[in-house]
Design a binder for this molecule. Structure first.
Ligand code: ZN
Length: 285
């Protein structure tokens, strides 16, 4: 947990941000290598190969994490951070990065995922993204202002950060998965029993009844989503550490995202847990 909000290369000492030399060397290496034409993917490979640690207990390096370092202007001395990277190098690297278009491609992949996940919290309808990149309810519900991609992404980042900080929000009650007898199940069971009592039972009729019985019983069972909680927690942890919202996270861990009010969103995870960005936004302002 500690230092998690500080970029790699820094720590606090007596309330002041200071440079951690060993980490600053890693940051410099990342900028130098990328500036020399090493791709994000190759950089991730190099860092993991050399067993370079990204803060304690962190999962291995990934593209999102390297990307985040390359775009963090605090390394140039912004916002009162001690300088690790010169403005020249930073700008050169970011020009190179933008020219590769990786950012745009990643954003558009994320946005196409969001198109499947975004719903209106008022009416349950889909959220649609118009040509100007603004999102609105398909049924016209009003939310003070139509969010942009950036607003959605920052709300999602807030939710990830909050869920990672307060993992108990991700736990859901274990549900009873047993099924209740329905009239259909009882009727088919009786039909089965009657047929077995016949002198010459028909195989085809018996098979048909058996399949209908199995389907009815299956339909009566409710899936217990709480079994996915551990998986969701792990995905949230990875997303929080990498500080990148990638399509894998959205596809695997998130069932849907609701807009519920002005700048207020709820994320429904695949295990059924619901986390909103509200409290975080209040604390941050
Ligand atoms: Zn609506």
């Amino acid at each position: 947990m500690r230092n998690r909000t500080l970029p790699l290369g820094y720590r606090t000492e007596n309330g002041a941000v200071v440079i951690t030399d060993s980490e600053a060397e890693i940051v410099k290496t990342i900028f130098t290598q990328y500036g020399n034409g090493t791709s994000l993917k190759e950089l991730v490979g190099l860092l993991n190969e050399q067993n370079i640690e990204f803060k304690q207990n962190a999962v291995p390096w990934n593209k999102g994490r390297v990307y985040h370092i390359l775009t963090d202007s605090r390394y140039t001395g912004e916002k009162n951070f001690p300088q690790i990277i010169t403005v020249d190098v930073f700008e050169k690297v970011n020009r190179l990065k933008n020219s590769k278009g990786g950012n745009k491609k990643e954003l558009s992949e994320t946005v196409s995922c969001l198109k499947k996940l975004m719903f209106c919290g008022k009416c349950g309808g889909k959220l649609l993204r118009n040509a100007n990149g603004r999102w609105s309810c398909a049924n016209g519900c009003a939310f003070h202002r139509r969010p942009t991609d950036e607003m959605l992404l920052s709300a999602i980042a807030e939710i990830i950060e909050k869920a990672n900080r307060l993992p108990e929000l991700l736990s859901v009650a274990h549900k009873d998965t047993g099924y209740k007898q329905t009239p259909e199940i009882m009727r088919l069971t009786n039909e089965m029993a009657r047929m077995n009592e016949q002198m010459i039972p028909s195989f085809n009729t018996g098979k048909a009844i058996l399949f209908r019985l199995a389907a009815s019983k299956f339909a009566a069972c409710k899936e217990d989503k709480s079994v996915y909680t551990e998986y969701v927690s792990e995905q949230v942890k990875c997303a929080a550490i990498s500080q990148a919202i990638d399509k894998e996270f959205l596809q695997n861990a998130v069932q849907k995202i609701l807009i519920v009010g002005k700048d207020e969103y709820e994320m429904v995870f695949v295990n059924g847990a619901v986390v909103s960005n509200k409290a975080v936004a209040e604390n941050a302002s």
